[in-house]
Design a protein around this ligand. Structure first.
Ligand code: GUN
Length: 292
């Protein structure tokens, strides 16, 4: 079994992006990060995005509206960022508090600044294989991780566990695209799937993105499969200083001996997601500069 080292692969990508930014004419790319409320995981993710932006030379603007913000007020804030020529990319951290309509907010972001790739137009461009769109960061990170690990999906059976807008659906569409590195046969499984293990056992590449700690066990994996674990779950652990530990959607101790390759949690897909966000922000800066 070989570990896919997301930290090392993301570090290489980040070094490339840093060189790209240094060579860009005009002002640095600018990313607006909007976080509503104090969800502990969101606080930590936004901090990581801010830190990586600084490392690459991308300017970040952190906006922290109070948890009491209304739908209309948040939409007005997005409209202002859409109109602001000094902002290239806009990210609204998910999940939003329950009283807000998250999908309506994702759709409010101008498609040309939608570095999260959650807008209808950008998701549609993934389906249409139009490279001018923005691909959601986690799915784009998974494809980059596979490509840079030398895993060619062509003709392989990719089984995606989970059908979310953020990961499951777009990663399935990417693996399906008729191009080098992709061209896979794709199955999407979800909570309504009958006899799940019989399907996951057919996977040459299994992508677990269901958000349930250690859900994928050894009986669900074909020996020699490549396993990509997208889950980041907090599990209570009194032996830790923080009181919790992070674990993926895959039961690593039993599954890892079976696989040809597997991503760890943490240190697998996570670092790639942040790197792809910076990639998208740089792309937005280029496209918006060309459009002016
Ligand atoms: N929450 C978990 N993943 C993501 C992501 O990729 N983007 C945003 N905005 N929120 C998230």
């Amino acid at each position: 079994m070989e570990l896919i080292d997301g930290n090392a692969i993301a570090a290489a990508l980040i070094a490339e992006l840093k060189a790209t930014v240094a060579a860009m004419p005009g002002r640095a790319p600018c990313l607006a990060l909007v976080r509503v409320g104090e969800d502990p995981a969101s606080v930590s993710y936004v901090r990581k995005k801010e830190k990586t932006a600084a490392e690459i030379g991308v300017t970040s603007r952190i906006i922290l509206p109070p948890i009491t913000i209304t739908q209309v007020e948040l939409e007005t804030l997005i409209d202002e960022l859409n109109a602001d020529l000094s902002v290239d990319g806009i990210l609204v951290q998910s999940p939003l508090p329950k009283h807000l309509d998250e999908l309506a907010i994702f759709r409010r972001v101008a498609p040309s600044k939608d570095v999260d790739g959650f807008h209808t137009l950008n998701l549609g461009k993934v389906a249409q294989e139009d490279p001018t769109g923005f691909v959601a960061c986690t799915p784009a990170g998974i494809m980059e991780l596979l490509a840079r690990s030398g895993v060619d999906l062509s003709g392989q059976h990719v089984v995606v566990l989970g059908r979310s807008l953020i990961v499951g659906k777009p990663v399935a569409l990417l693996a399906l695209q008729k191009k080098a590195g992709a061209n896979a046969t794709v199955t999407i499984c979800h909570s309504g799937t009958r006899d799940l293990p019989s399907i996951t056992r057919q996977a040459d590449v299994l992508i677990a993105a269901i958000g349930r700690a250690e859900f994928v066990t050894a009986d669900m994996v074909k020996p020699g499969a490549v396993v990509i674990d997208v889950g980041i779950n907090r599990v209570t652990d009194p032996t830790k200083k923080t009181g919790y530990r992070l674990t993926g959607d895959v039961h690593f101790p039993s599954v890892s001996p079976l696989c040809s390759r597997i991503t760890p949690v943490p240190g697998g897909v996570g670092p790639m997601t942040v790197a792809m966000l910076m990639h998208n922000t740089i792309k937005a800066r280029r496209q918006n500069a060309a459009a002016i």
